[in-house]
Write a protein that binds this ligand. Structure first.
Ligand code: C5J
Length: 288
C-alpha cells in the first residue's frame, strides 16, 4: 500500500491482495488499509456537508481532489472548472455517422473527416475516466414506431432513403439498430448515462438537464459530431440554461471543413458568446 500526495491530488493505492512488508500484512479482514484511509479521507473532506464528493476514487484506486480548480488554456480566455462539477459530454459518436458504409457515407459524405476525431476522443475519454470524472454520451435517433419523428424532419432533404427507412446498418437513426449505436472505440461504460435525443440539441425532449442538476454539474466539456449541427445546437442550448461549455476542436468533427472552422469561431467569438474552444492536448496537460 502506498499513499502519494501529488499536486492537487491525494492518491492512495493498495494492492487487491494484502501487501506484505516483512511479516506485516496491510490487509485487515476484507478491508485493506488503503480503503480505510480512503473512507477516513472522504469523511474528513466531506465534513462541511457538501452534497457532492470532495474526493473521488478513479479506476486505479487513486483518490483525487475533485474540488480543485483546473485551468485549461483556451480561447477567448482560460476555462476553469472544478472536476466534481464538470462532465464530459460526448455527442452522437454513432456508427451511422462515422463508419464507412453507414448512413453518413451513403449520403455522399467523407467520413474520414469525422473519424479523425476518434483517437483524440479516445485519449481524452481514457484520461477523464482515469480521473474518475463524469461522462455522459448522447445518440441522435427515434423510437422504432417513429412517433417522436416530426414529419418535417422525415421529409427534409427529399432523399429517397430517409430516417426510419432500411439503411446500410439497419433502420436509419432508429434506436436499437446497429447504425444507431455508439462506435466501439468510445463505447459507454454501464455507469455512464446515454441520452437518447430525437433532435439536434441534447436538451430538447430529454432528461439531460435533470441529470446535470442532480449531479451538481455546472460546466461541460463538449466533444463529438457534427460541429455545426448537434455540437453547436447543444452548446447553445446549454448556454441558455446557464452552463459553461468548453469545446475541444480536435474532438469535434464536420463533413465540411468550412463548417468546422466557422462552427468553432461562432462559439468563441465576441468574448465567448456561447462558450470556449481549446483542444485535447491542452485539456490533457491541464488534467496533469
Ligand atoms: C446531424 C449530428 N448532423 N449529430 N447530426 O444530422 O450532428
Amino acid at each position: 500500500m502506498r499513499i502519494v500526495a501529488r499536486g492537487g491530488k491525494i492518491a492512495a493505492a493498495s494492492k487487491a491482495e494484502g501487501t506484505k512488508r516483512g511479516h506485516f500484512t496491510y490487509k485487515f479482514g476484507f478491508l485493506s488499509l488503503g480503503h480505510r484511509i480512503g473512507t477516513l479521507a472522504r469523511l474528513v473532506l466531506n465534513v462541511r456537508g457538501c452534497d457532492h464528493p470532495r474526493i473521488s476514487s478513479n479506476q486505479r484506486g487513486v483518490l483525487m481532489n475533485v474540488n480543485r480548480t483546473v485551468s485549461v488554456d483556451a480561447e477567448p480566455y482560460s476555462f476553469e472548472f472544478e472536476p466534481a462539477h464538470c462532465a464530459l459530454l460526448i455527442i452522437d459518436m454513432q456508427r451511422d455517422f462515422l463508419e464507412p458504409g453507414g448512413f453518413g457515407e451513403m449520403l455522399g459524405n467523407d467520413v474520414s473527416r469525422l473519424r479523425s476525431t476518434i483517437e483524440p476522443n479516445r485519449r481524452l475519454l481514457a484520461a477523464w475516466r482515469g480521473e474518475g470524472l463524469q461522462v455522459i454520451h448522447t445518440r441522435e435517433g427515434h423510437r422504432p414506431d417513429l412517433t417522436d419523428l416530426p414529419p418535417a424532419k422525415k421529409a427534409r432533404g427529399r432523399s429517397k432513403t430517409s430516417i426510419g427507412d432500411e439503411g446500410p446498418m439497419g433502420r436509419i437513426l432508429v434506436r436499437g439498430q446497429p447504425g444507431h449505436d455508439i462506435i466501439p472505440e468510445l463505447y459507454p461504460l454501464p455507469t455512464e448515462p446515454v441520452i437518447d435525443k430525437p433532435g439536434k440539441g441534447a436538451f430538447f425532449a430529454t432528461d439531460l438537464h435533470a441529470i446535470l442538476q442532480s449531479r451538481g454539474i455546472q460546466k461541460l466539456v463538449v466533444t463529438g459530431v457534427t460541429t455545426e449541427v448537434c455540437v453547436n445546437t447543444t452548446v447553445r442550448e446549454a448556454n441558455d440554461r446557464g452552463f459553461d461549455c468548453l469545446v475541444l476542436a480536435d474532438c469535434v468533427g464536420s463533413y465540411f471543413p468550412e463548417f468546422q472552422e466557422m462552427g468553432l469561431q461562432m462559439i468563441k467569438a465576441q468574448g465567448g458568446i456561447f462558450g470556449w474552444v481549446s483542444d485535447s492536448a491542452r485539456m490533457l496537460a491541464a488534467l496533469g
